[in-house]
Design a protein around this ligand. Structure first.
Ligand SMILES: [Zn+2]
Length: 188
């Protein structure tokens, strides 16, 4: 099951547009420069945060112990202050905006049957004009970081579902912050 094409194989027009120029051209935070990339990556998703505010990966995909109980963490956690811009990892369609007891406010995007999900957002993104059914461009701002739902501090939980509807390790599909900056610069 192959992922959509890598970002750099698209023409600028195919990618629609970049909605987050201010975030893109801010410098990388010190933490963003040292994000490691797991082996065997096939990146096609851009890093979904304002890179000048990103403070590091605080939890990766897989089994973990939280509050004394074992669970599977179905995404990756990216630390950033409240109100940091959350960006669409690729062009896609908003398929769901909602609130869950665990996820808090969340947005789900469809990218040709793969779905990315953005959780613990600070508020209902519909209040900022985002709508279900709307198309978004790669790196268009969709929401802001918060700590709603089951969360111990402001961060973005980023999840990725494959076309079989299984959660997979998003870090295997994400470009690193430095790669994201390099790629998006080449599109200006
Ligand atoms: Zn998480």
């Amino acid at each position: 099951m192959s992922a959509p094409l890598p970002f750099n194989s698209y023409t600028r027009r195919q990618v629609l547009y970049f909605g987050a120029a201010t975030a893109l051209f801010a410098p990388l935070s010190a933490q963003a420069r040292v994000v490691h990339a797991p082996a065997g990556r096939t990146p096609w998703l851009l890093f979904p945060l304002d890179l000048s505010k990103f403070r590091g990966v605080t939890s990766v995909f897989g089994p973990r112990v939280l509050g004394g109980s074992r669970e599977t963490h179905k995404g990756a956690d990216f630390s950033a202050p409240n109100y940091t811009a959350v960006l669409a990892a690729r062009e896609g369609k908003v398929v769901r905006i909602g609130y869950g007891r665990r996820s808090g406010w969340y947005v789900k995007l469809d990218h040709r049957r793969w779905k990315s999900v953005y959780c613990h957002l600070i508020a209902d993104p519909r209040k900022s004009g985002l709508k279900e059914g709307q198309n978004v461009g790669a790196l268009q701002q969709i929401a802001r970081v918060g700590s709603t739902g089951r969360s111990t501090g402001p961060h973005l939980h980023f999840g990725l579902r494959n076309p079989d509807d299984h959660f997979v390790d998003p870090l295997k599909h994400l470009y690193t912050p430095a790669e994201t900056l390099r790629l998006t610069r080449s599109y200006r």
